[in-house]
Design a protein around this ligand. Sequence first.
Ligand code: 6PG
Length: 255
Amino acid sequence: MVKLQRFAESNALVHEFGKYILEKQDSALAGNSHAVFNIAISGGSMNKVLYEGLVNDKDTFPHIKWPQWRIFFCDERLVPFEDPLSNYGQFKKTVLDPLVHKGDQLNLGPTVYTINQSLIGGGETANKKIAEEYASLLPASFDLVLLGCGDDGHTCSLFPGEEFNYLVEEMTRKVVWCYNSPKPPSNRITITLPVIADAKNVCFLARGSSKKDIMHDVLIIKNSELPSVLVNEMIGTRVTWFLDDAAGALIPRDC
Ligand SMILES: O=C(O)[C@H](O)[C@@H](O)[C@H](O)[C@H](O)COP(=O)(O)O
């Protein structure tokens, strides 16, 4: 059974989401200044929420031990970092740069693991190598994986539909090359379901009315052809969903 956190108000959701992440940081670090917090983040609207909930939030910001964070990407688009589609590029612009320059001093930031940009554009062999290299960087398990859910039920770059079965059926490799993403760009890499299943905590974020139908399919119908549902089914008790009322409009309140 997954946990559901529901909010009428977007600011409250963002604040509680920040507090949830802080709580997972604290249990991973357990007061040890040599420990690290391994976290995987998604792209899209997640960046803005991370900025608001962790950098721009006066309650959480002072407690985040950024230098002890090891940040990875759940998925990455195979484009140069300066391309607006790059998840790292967007994370840098939205979260990292404001964090490092916040206040009147230069703050120490997290360690961020990116794909090997020099291999981009090198075709099939290079794309497979990007995935392999990224897999070799991943920790044995994540303390926290932060996921989004697309309107079609995808999460990371694990898409629903037969032509994408090679992605959700991958049980050995930790990171795979997705060559036919229905959302641009078509070339991406993504962590696989076993990596998510090994995580200590997994948290989905879904906001806005465009998500209301898919939230119903995921949380009420539980259509197991949807990758987001597969995550819930694999490790339900370690999964928390943060929803606003617009996204949860078709989910009964007592659910
Ligand atoms: O890079 C990506 O494409 C994402 O990691 C992807 O899985 C995202 O999380 C969902 O598409 C939801 O995105 P939104 O939160 O922007 O709707």
